[in-house]
Design a protein around this ligand. Structure first.
Ligand code: B1M
Length: 212
C-alpha cells in the first residue's frame, strides 16, 4: 500500500494519531501540502460517504473519520496559509448555510482562498441569512462563499441571497455557491454569481468575480 492509500485508510478507520504521523511523514518526503487534499482527504471522505449511504457506516464512524481528517488539515493549514494578508485580494465571507453542519469542504475552500490571498471571515456552520447579511455589512465583504451538503439546506442559499437583496447589499457583494449537491444550474436558478465544483475551482471563480 502506498503512502497516500495508507493515509486514506487511516482517515476511513478514524485513526487520528496515525493520520497525523503519516501527514508529517508525507511532508518530510517532499509531498506538497496542497496535493494532500485531492489525493487523500477528498477520496477518503468520499469513501466514508459511500459507506454511510450503503449503511456500512453510521454517524459515530463518520464523525470519527471527520475528526481524523482534521488531524491532517490542522497540520496543512499553516503551511498553506501565508501571513501575507497586508493587501488581501478581497474579503470573503465563508459559511455553511443554515441547517447544515457539514464543514470539511467549506474549511478546505476557506483555507485555499486564504492561501490565495483572500481575507476570510468564517461564519462556521448553520449560518442564517441574517448572520450573513450582518457579516457582509460589518466586514465590507466583496464575496460570499456558501456551502451546502444537504439537498434540504440548499434552499437556504436562496433565502440568503434574498436577504442580501432586501438589505440593499446585493449590488456590492458577489455570491458563489458550492457543495456536493449544488450545481451550476442551481446557482443560476437562485441568482448566485457562480458555482465552484471544488476548492481549486472556487479560488479561480473568486479571482474572476473580484476582477469583474
Ligand atoms: Co452527512 N450527509 N449528514 N455528515 N455526510 C452527506 C452529505 C450525505 C451525502 C451522506 C450520504 O447519505 N451518502 C448525506 C446527504 C444526502 C442528501 O442531502 N442528499 C448526509 C446526511 C443525510 C447527513 C445527516 C442528515 C445524517 C443524519 O443525521 N441522519 C446529518 C445532517 C446534519 C446536518 O448537517 N444538519 C449528517 C451529519 C454528518 C456528520 C456530522 C456526521 C458529518 C459532518 C462532519 C463535519 O463536516 N464536520 C457528515 C459527513 C462527514 C458526511 C459525508 C460522509 C462527507 C462530507 C465531506 O466532508 N466530504 C457526506 C458524504 C459525501 O459527501 N460523500 C455526507 C468531503 C469534502 C471535502 O467534500 O464537502 O463536498 P465536500 O466539499 C468539496 C466540494 O463540494 C466543494 O469543494 C470541496 C473540496 O473540493 N465545495 C465548495 C464545498 N463547499 C464549497 C463552497 C464553494 C465552492 C466549492 O463556494 C463557492
Amino acid at each position: 500500500m502506498g503512502l497516500f492509500e495508507e493515509m486514506q485508510q487511516a482517515i476511513i478507520d478514524g485513526k487520528a494519531p496515525v493520520v497525523k504521523e503519516l501527514t508529517e511523514k508525507a511532508l518530510s518526503q517532499g509531498v506538497k501540502p496542497g496535493d494532500i487534499f485531492p489525493q487523500v482527504i477528498i477520496p477518503a471522505m468520499n469513501e466514508v460517504g459511500r459507506r454511510m449511504r450503503d449503511c456500512e457506516f453510521f454517524i459515530p464512524e463518520v464523525l470519527i473519520a471527520a475528526r481524523a481528517s482534521r488531524a491532517a488539515t490542522d497540520i496543512l493549514r499553516p503551511l498553506l496559509v501565508g501571513d501575507d494578508v497586508a493587501r488581501p485580494a478581497g474579503t470573503v465571507v465563508c459559511c455553511t448555510i443554515k441547517g447544515d453542519l457539514h464543514d470539511i469542504g467549506k474549511n478546505i475552500v476557506a483555507m485555499m482562498l486564504e492561501s490565495s490571498g483572500f481575507r476570510i471571515v468564517d461564519l462556521g456552520v448553520d449560518a442564517s441569512p441574517e448572520k450573513i447579511v450582518a457579516a457582509v455589512r460589518e466586514h465590507r465583504a466583496n464575496l460570499i462563499a456558501m456551502s451546502a451538503l444537504l439537498t434540504t439546506t440548499m434552499v437556504n442559499m436562496k433565502a440568503a441571497i434574498e436577504a442580501l437583496d432586501a438589505a440593499g447589499l446585493r449590488g456590492q457583494v458577489r455570491v458563489m455557491v458550492g457543495g456536493a449537491p449544488v450545481t451550476e444550474s442551481w446557482a443560476r436558478l437562485i441568482g448566485a454569481d457562480g458555482y465552484g465544483k471544488d476548492a481549486p475551482a472556487a479560488v479561480e471563480l473568486a479571482r474572476s468575480l473580484i476582477a469583474a
